[in-house]
Unconditional design. Structure first.
Length: 194
């Protein structure tokens, strides 16, 4: 089964909540880092407009948080209809390079106040999305670890007599040998308890 474009986009965008938060913190005006958030005169003297580019800062955080919420909905909505017998399973580390690169870039002078760098980063990000989507790597998302999902390499018998396959499995929680229900999504098996 191929992931729908929009589901893949939500998964991709949702994985960048930390980057949106980093850029938001970097957008706080320098004059506010040493100042009190509220003065001694009371709550009416508070300064809540601390960002240089509040619309971009808040929009990026909101968009990525909504995408992360939709990611959890999308992963839970996949119907696991195939019974498979897991013979062996071992946890494998996630490929972090596609995930880490944009964070490295964010610390190299990327800010909402520099439209040229922001535009270049957007082109890089769109390219990265299409590469991961077309290569079937969109589910290799380290932020899913935070949501309780783990990546495994497993030896499974998918139901055909004598057929044994080595597959990558994404499962919420531990994967133990035995009967599981699964659905193949872009060369990765999503699994759950029967």
């Amino acid at each position: 089964m191929q992931l729908q474009f929009w589901s893949a986009l939500f998964i991709f965008l949702g994985s960048y909540v930390p980057l949106a938060l980093i850029l938001m913190v970097q957008d706080i005006s320098a004059k506010h880092w040493g100042a009190d958030l509220c003065g001694w005169k009371g709550q009416w003297d508070c300064q809540f407009q601390i960002f240089s580019h509040p619309w971009l800062a808040w929009a990026s955080v909101v968009v990525t948080l909504v995408a992360l919420a939709l990611t959890t909905v999308a992963l839970r909505s996949v119907r696991l209809v195939h019974r498979v017998h897991v013979q062996e399973a071992k946890a494998i580390p996630n490929d972090l390079i596609n995930y880490v690169l944009p964070y490295v870039v964010s610390f190299m002078g990327l800010s909402y106040g520099d439209p040229q760098k922001l535009g270049g980063f957007l082109v890089f990000w769109v390219g990265l999305f299409f590469i991961t989507y077309r290569s079937g790597q969109i589910l290799m998302n380290p932020l899913l670890i935070v949501l309780g999902w783990k990546l495994y390499e497993a030896k499974v018998a998918p139901g055909q007599a004598g057929a044994i396959r080595m597959v990558r499995v994404l499962k919420r929680g531990a994967l133990v040998p035995g009967i599981q229900v699964a659905e193949e999504v872009q060369d990765v098996y999503l699994m759950g308890e029967p």
